[in-house]
Design a protein. Structure first.
Length: 257
């Protein structure tokens, strides 16, 4: 459906999700995602898409985070005009965006945190749905279930392709997701530790050698969605209060130790 060699999709990154990370993923046979919100303006998005196309002839996707991405309508039109074949929407309901994308012949993927939201997305006409389990980072819901539970339940409820996300970071997790019934996987943290990812080596070091008791949860009100659960977050939490989506703004910070 996506025209890629391997059913692996790179996650969206609000702070650094540009062609710098998307192109290497697509070149390797997965689907690299350019995060429109990371480019800030429609002009910058257009330039980054064009840059990507000079570096790869493989499919590249674009993420549009509803309620977060600036000038989202214009960003959507840029993606269409530049010939992007796959667009992922996320955060909130994206019915109008999805309708426009499908009219333009673009494959529409929507990212959700619960099976119930996946069912709703299917009814709205999405071509595929990413379901993020509780182990996932940066995309949270108070009703979220672990990846194992979410995917095995979802495959019994919906007919469109399901893409598993949340805690998948190696070949074992990839194969497990396929056995559970997912058509592919969506990985964010796993790509953050690669040499191609444009974050500091200091941050990467926190990701490459996790202990069995990691990740740790930062202190937050129990009623609030979970935020980023990597080891470096406790160092940053005082400066990064939780927001409604439980997203961690740590991407612009540096660990103190």
């Amino acid at each position: 459906m996506l025209g890629i060699r391997y059913p692996i999709i790179q996650g969206a990154y609000a702070g650094f999700g540009t062609s710098k990370i998307a192109v290497p993923v697509s070149e390797a046979g997965g689907l690299g995602i350019i995060t429109a919100g990371a480019l800030k303006t429609p002009k910058a998005l257009r330039e980054d898409i064009r840059r990507a196309k000079t570096l790869t002839d493989k499919p590249i996707g674009v993420n549009l985070s509803v309620g977060i991405c600036p000038e989202i309508d214009e960003m959507r039109e840029v993606a269409i005009e530049e010939g992007i074949s796959v667009v992922e929407t996320s955060a909130y309901k994206a019915t109008d965006h999805g309708k426009r994308l499908k009219e333009a012949g673009v494959k529409w993927i929507h990212k959700v945190a619960t099976v119930n939201h996946a069912i709703i997305a299917e009814k709205q006409g999405v071509d595929a749905v990413v379901i993020v389990g509780l182990e996932g980072v940066g995309f949270k819901s108070v009703d979220q279930l672990p990846t194992l539970t979410s995917i095995t339940w979802a495959v019994k409820q919906i007919k469109i392709p399901i893409i598993a996300a949340g805690g998948i970071g190696d070949a074992r997790g990839f194969l497990a997701a396929l056995v559970m019934g997912a058509e592919g996987v969506y990985m964010g943290t796993a790509f953050m530790g690669t040499k191609e990812c444009p974050i500091t080596m200091r941050h990467k070091q926190f990701l490459v050698d996790p202990a069995p008791n990691d990740p740790k949860r930062p202190n937050q009100p129990k009623s609030a969605p979970l935020a980023d659960k990597h080891r470096y977050v406790p160092h940053l939490q005082p400066a990064t209060p939780p927001c409604p989506l439980g997203r961690c703004e740590a991407r612009h910070q540096t660990p103190s130790t």
